[in-house]
Design a protein around this ligand. Sequence first.
Ligand SMILES: NC(=O)CC[C@H](N)C(=O)O
Length: 201
Amino acid sequence: MTVTVGVVAVQGDVSEHARAIERAGGGHGLETNVRELRTAGIVPDCDVLLLPGGESTTISRLVHREGIADEIREHAEAGKPILATCAGLILVSSDSGDDRVDTLDLLDVTVERNAFGRQRESFEAPLSVAGLDEQFPAVFIRAPAIEHVGDDVEVLATWDGRVVAVRQGPLVGTAFHPELTADSRIHDLAFFEDEAVRSLV
Ligand SMILES: NC(=O)CC[C@H](N)C(=O)O
């Protein structure tokens, strides 16, 4: 069976995510077809969506302008899986504290952009993640932190006392970039590992 994965590609490169998705799906004997999302009309064909990092103000502007934002909302309302990382997490949050990001309000969290300070714009941290046996090498790049977490939101990981990964039903959000190491367990966790999520595909 082939899982169609839509990766928002209005900014930046999607190839690292595509590789991680292929590896994760392959571990379950699933073929994956990665579609790059730059225009409206493709999201309805996708089983799962990935909203990657980048600059959240730019991504927000483009997904709304291209009509992709409404399609992402419909995908979420249908209960289909989404993995949102870094700027993607900011986009799906209920509030980013920044008027320039028109958030989609799919995940009941508020975030603080660039929360880890200028002197630590980029760092790697060994993270304990709920559901993973061994620590995950998490790469943070001008990362947001999750501030307020709603009742239906499960905290998957914290770093430095701050929440950096969450799940709300079929939506997983991470403040870090899970695609930048050869470890595809976060993609697996979000899309393929959870039986309830797999049954939606
Ligand atoms: N790596 C990232 O996605 C950084 C997010 C970026 N700092 C923002 O606020 O949009």
